[in-house]
Design a protein around this ligand. Structure first.
Ligand SMILES: [Zn+2]
Ligand SMILES: [Zn+2]
Length: 272
């Protein structure tokens, strides 16, 4: 298995040592781990600064590779927070530094945080969900420097701010916007991830789950990764198996791995 979304202490919201993450990953049967640290150049009303020193990070990865060689493959990676005012900075960060793999994620909409609930103020459920999908649709057309779109349907984790639960929503109502988003990604050799953090947030649902993963596949999507989004060692490698089963049910025969931001395809039969 491959855990393609892990945050070490180079991310402002994680205290996990890379060494502990690698030990936990090996215990869970993970063969490749990508340290996808946060870069978010715009994050309002938050005490944390989502930035990291690439040189220090890169040295730390080199050291951990040496320490764990022959036990686990470690990738240099980043999770870029996409924001319309920050495309230039994000492009520079992506291209001036070396990465094996880049996740592009949307954590804010209307410049407001999903996580702290600011985004949901004054919106009903449909307005919140529709606007979230439209925001992502716009951003993936404006910003291209990533390999997979992070945790699509992240909004499911925060619907309690509008007194709703993801199971109450007819997600196919948004298929037109979502199809256009997926086609944009597919046409530009980008993909999506299946993010297992929904289990940490007790919504018991991958992001995205089977219907959207299948829609992506049916549209011709091939590039897809699975990651835990772990911020502590207890979640490294957790629920990956379920993620691969969703890929298989959606019609995928392969999962994607990356080196130097170039995709390779590993048969699911080899890892499930
Ligand atoms: Zn994220
Ligand atoms: Zn993350």
């Amino acid at each position: 298995m491959f855990d393609y979304h892990v945050h070490s202490l180079f991310s402002a919201d994680s205290k996990m040592k890379m060494e502990d993450a690698c030990e936990a990953a090996i215990q869970a049967g993970v063969k490749e781990i990508a340290f996808t640290e946060h870069i978010d150049y715009f994050y309002p009303n938050c005490d944390l600064t989502f930035d990291f020193d690439y040189t220090d990070y890169s040295k730390a990865i080199d050291a951990i590779r040496e320490q764990f060689k022959n036990r686990i493959t470690v990738l240099k990676a980043v999770e870029i927070g996409i924001h319309p005012f920050k495309h230039t900075e994000n492009t520079q960060f992506a291209n001036l530094n070396f990465f094996d793999f880049i996740i592009g994620s949307v954590h804010l909409a209307d410049d407001l945080d999903l996580h702290n609930g600011d985004y949901f103020k004054g919106k009903d459920v449909n307005q919140a969900v529709e606007n979230y999908f439209l925001t992502i649709n716009k951003y993936v057309k404006e910003f291209h420097d990533f390999n997979v779109l992070g945790h699509f349907t992240l909004i499911k984790r925060y619907l309690h701010f509008v007194n709703a639960h993801w199971t109450e929503i007819n997600w196919s109502n948004y298929d037109d916007i979502v199809e256009d988003t997926f086609k944009t990604l597919i046409d530009s050799s980008r993909g999506i991830e299946v993010n297992m953090s929904g289990f940490r947030y007790r919504i018991d649902c991958p992001l995205p789950d089977l219907p959207f993963v299948k829609l992506y596949r049916d549209l011709g999507g091939e590039i897809i990764t699975v990651g835990t989004d772990a911020h502590s060692k207890h979640f490294v490698g957790k629920h990956l198996q379920l993620g691969y089963e969703i890929l298989e049910k959606a019609g995928f025969k392969y999962v994607t791995t990356f080196r130097e931001r170039k995709p390779s395809f590993v048969p699911l039969a080899n890892i499930i």
